[in-house]
Ligand binder design. Sequence first.
Ligand SMILES: [Zn+2]
Length: 207
Amino acid sequence: MYHKLLFDATFWTFLFGVDRKLAEEVQAEKCPSCGCHLHRANYPRKPRGPRDLPEEYRYRLSFCCARDGCRKRVTPPSVRFLGRKVYLGAVVILVSAMRQGPTPRRVRELTELFDVDRRTIYRWRDFWNELFPRTTFWKVARARLAPVCKIVHFPRSLLEAYVRTGDDRDGWGNLLEFLSPISTTKGLEIKVSDDRGRPAEDASRRC
Ligand SMILES: [Zn+2]
C-alpha cells in the first residue's frame, strides 16, 4: 500500500519543492568555512527508479563558496537522493521495506517496475542493517523517536511509523525529510570510537 505515490508524477515535483527549501536554508547560512556567499554548483545526476521523472531530477542541488582560495563545496540534505545511490531515496526505502514484509510477490513486482537487480537489493539490505544503525545521525535521532516508534527493522519500522496510507504524501515527505541528513556524507559519518575500520568519507571536498 505504500507504493502508490511513487507512481504519481506530482509526488516527485512535491519532493523537489522540499529539496529547494532545504537548499535555500543552507544557502542563507553562507559558507561554513569563511562566511562568504555560496554559488550554485549543482551535481548532474541520472537517477534510476520511476520513469518520466521531472527535468529537475537530472541534478542534485549543491553550492560552492564564491571566494577564490576557499571554494568549499556545500551540499544540502535531500529528500530525493540518498547520498550517492543511483536510485531515488523513496525507492531504496520502499523496496527495502517491502522485503521485510510478508508480501514477496509485491517485492518482485516493484523490483521489475523500478528495474532493481538482486545485488543492488542486497547492498541496500547491508546499508540498513549494518551502516545505518551506526551512523551519528541515527544515534542522535533514535533518542527522539524511541518513545513513539518501536524500531525493529530498518527501514520498514520507519516507513510504518511515518506513512499511514498509500497516498500519504505528507507522511512520505516527513519520513524523507527526517532521513535527509544521511543524504550528505557528513550525515553518514560513523563515530571513530565505535567504528571497526571503516573511515568516514571526506566531507570537505572542494569544487
Ligand atoms: Zn568559503
